[in-house]
Design a protein around this ligand. Structure first.
Ligand code: GFB
Length: 316
């Protein structure tokens, strides 16, 4: 049941400017794909139903990577729930419906590990979906993401669309968001330690208690998993994409400190939320299909910091 996407076949990456979309474009181009379709936000607002329908009908992609969305870290999620719900629901609904009408043969929809219950058994298996209450700090985003999974499944069962859903763990890498108001923890820590190093500051503040555990996957590994799944996976329900190990936020902070500003002291701000205590994915199903990650966290932190140093000027 391998799905072969020819090197000249049109493939649409929705969300190509983001962390994930840019990595998928890099991956497809590295594999020799010559017809990767993209559209900037000013060219195509994915929340605009008519525009999305027109664009897909005109461009006729064979395959779609639906990796666009309004995303952010714990603070952005908890303070902008309306945007996280509206933008993501509209984007998923518009692209999935337009893909059906345009006769798209395969679509990969990307969610997030926050779809699982806050206190799910660890590591989290796919069948834990909708078995318990969500983490309040990201409930809006999770509800939108769950709706996307259910849309793919509903379009598969009612219309026969071969649309799949994949749920990645926490991601990081080049083209991440380093804005401290909206970023995830790993780019935030790189930025905070680098700012402190540059200004001669001796202490760096880490939000929460440092005890929550998170699993981090480099986005180049994620892109390789997405391309692999597009070609080798065709089932309803979501499939997890994880690294296989997690670390405490305090361990991550120590790791970033050692790379960026080794003499800095770490201070915890427990007035900031911890979020979910742990979310380690069980990625057995993906491993059984034959995919494995290749970039370890220490190596990934070091290379992401290198990228940040090269681009810090543009990001400030
Ligand atoms: O990465 P993060 O924002 O998202 O936070 P979640 C992970 C942990 O790192 C939390 C702590 O316990 C934060 O309190 N942390 C420490 C920090 N210092 C910082 C900092 O400077 N910035 C940030 N952002 N965190 C998000 C969800 O949850 O993960 C989304 O809100 C999505 O919906 C995404 O699922 C993958 O892992 O808590």
């Amino acid at each position: 049941m391998t799905f072969v996407v020819g090197l000249d076949d049109p493939v649409f990456v929705a969300g190509h400017r983001g962390l994930v979309g840019s990595a998928i474009v890099r991956r497809l181009e590295a594999e020799g794909h010559r017809n990767v379709l993209t559209a900037t936000r000013s060219e195509l607002d994915l929340r605009d139903q008519g525009a999305v329908a027109g664009w897909l009908s005109a461009n006729q992609p064979r395959a779609v990577y639906l990796v666009a969305g309004t995303v952010g870290g714990i603070l952005a999620n908890s303070t902008r729930p309306a945007e996280f719900l509206y933008d993501n629901l509209m984007i998923h609904a518009n692209v999935i419906e337009a893909a059906r009408h345009a006769g798209v043969e395969r679509l990969l929809y990307l969610g997030s590990s926050c779809i699982y219950p806050r206190l799910a058994d660890q590591p989290i298996v796919e069948s834990a979906l909708l078995t318990g209450a969500l983490e309040p700090t990201n409930e809006a985003y999770a509800v939108a993401k769950i709706a996307g999974i259910k849309m793919c499944d509903a379009y598969r069962s009612q219309y026969g669309c071969r649309f799949i859903s994949a749920m990645p763990t926490n991601l990081y890498g080049p083209n991440d968001n380093f804005d401290l108001r909206s970023s995830h923890v790993l780019p935030a820590l790189i930025r905070k330690f680098d700012d402190a190093r540059r200004s001669g500051e001796g202490a760096v503040t880490v939000w929460g208690t440092g005890t929550p555990r998170r699993e981090f996957l480099h986005v180049d590994d994620l892109a390789s998993a997405c391309v692999f799944l597009m070609e080798h996976y065709d089932q309803p329900g979501q499939i997890n994409i994880g690294y296989g190990e997690d670390v405490a936020i305090s361990d991550l902070a120590g790791m970033v400190r050692d790379v960026v500003h080794p003499t800095a002291e770490i201070v915890y701000d427990s007035t900031k939320p911890d979020g979910t205590p742990r979310k380690l994915l069980d990625s057995t199903r993906l491993q059984e299909l034959g995919w494995r990650p290749s970039i370890g966290l220490e190596q990934g932190v070091a290379s992401t910091y290198e990228w940040y140093l090269q681009h810090a000027g543009e990001l400030r």
